[in-house]
Design a protein around this ligand. Structure first.
Ligand SMILES: NC(=O)c1ccc[n+]([C@@H]2O[C@H](COP(=O)([O-])OP(=O)(O)OC[C@H]3O[C@@H](n4cnc5c(N)ncnc54)[C@H](O)[C@@H]3O)[C@@H](O)[C@H]2O)c1
Length: 261
């Protein structure tokens, strides 16, 4: 018996919508490394499989599923396929989202279609996937873990056309607290991580601009943007027994950025 056993995910089953993406695939690899079996869900089975294949080749038990998690029926289907394959569901990590850098507009003229797209990608995806997963957790009666991905943008404005994204991430943080409150009676904890910029293809366009990157890094006390591996330790903590008495919390993973505000 080791003190590290509280972080073990042996016997646990996780579903990761967006698991084919940069952060989601790092989460999938980390949870498998901690002992979980994982269903990776992405827009197409091919995209999910591309993330699943290397984890499977390294010995992990991973299922790849194609589903549109902004669609209720797809979410129900993905959860059912996960339970059918692995026999249970303990954890959902919501890793679908982003898009902000593709729709930067002045606040006074923020277009409705861009607003709706960001809300759907970030907020509706998290809502519908979580509802489907949590219904299964409640029915099974053995508790569970929900981990959302918010952002420092939930609390910090940025002078760069981010209206829809800050609104969506603010809502994710609020929902994290609301769901924690409602689902505690089922033994389900709900937490979120709130990263600053993480070096991923989604934000490459922004970070490729030296002036923009210097502005961001200059405000981060630890002097760099994040990497996907900076997020995985917290994910294992929030998805394991180590965080049994922690719920409704938003953990900044931001190199100290929010500490300076
Ligand atoms: N990259 C960053 O700097 C950063 C910083 C803070 C927070 N985040 C958040 O982390 C999360 C993941 O970001 P990322 O950089 O890994 O993005 P990503 O684009 O690499 O990953 C998102 C994945 O979700 C999938 N997806 C999109 N819509 C879907 C749908 N309807 N159904 C199923 N799958 C769908 C995409 O195909 C993609 O694989 C997002 O919520 C993002 O806002 C990212």
């Amino acid at each position: 018996m080791s003190q590290l056993d509280v972080f073990s995910l042996d016997g646990r089953v996780a579903i990761i919508p967006g698991g084919g993406g940069a952060i989601g695939s790092a989460m999938a690899k980390a949870l498998v490394g901690a002992g979980a079996r994982v269903a990776i869900v992405d827009q197409t089975e091919e995209k999910a499989e591309a993330a699943a294949a290397p984890i499977r080749a390294a010995g992990g038990d991973v299922l790849a599923l194609g589903a549109d998690v902004t669609n209720e029926a797809d979410c129900e289907r993905a959860v059912a396929a996960t339970v059918e394959r692995f026999g249970r569901l303990d954890i959902i990590v919501n890793a679908v989202g982003g898009g902000a850098g593709r729709v930067l507009f002045d606040a006074e003229a923020y277009p409705r279609d861009a607003w709706d797209w960001i809300m759907e990608l970030n907020l509706r995806s998290t809502l519908l996937a979580t509802q489907a997963a949590v219904k299964a957790m409640i029915a099974a009666g053995h508790g569970g873990r929900v981990l959302n991905i918010s952002s420092v943008r939930a609390t910090l404005g940025i002078n760069a056309g981010y209206s829809a994204y800050v609104a969506a991430k603010g809502a994710i943080s609020s929902l994290t607290r609301q769901w924690a409150t409602e689902w505690a009676k089922h033994g389900i904890t709900v937490n979120a991580i709130a990263p600053t910029f993480v070096d991923t293809p989604q934000v490459a366009m922004l970070l490729d601009d030296p002036a923009f990157k210097a502005g961001i890094v200059g405000r981060i006390p630890l002097g760099r943007v994040g990497g996907t591996d900076d997020l995985t330790g917290a994910a294992i903590f929030f998805c394991s027994a180590a965080s049994s008495f922690v719920t409704g919390q938003i953990l900044g993973i931001d190199g100290g950025l929010t500490a300076t505000q």
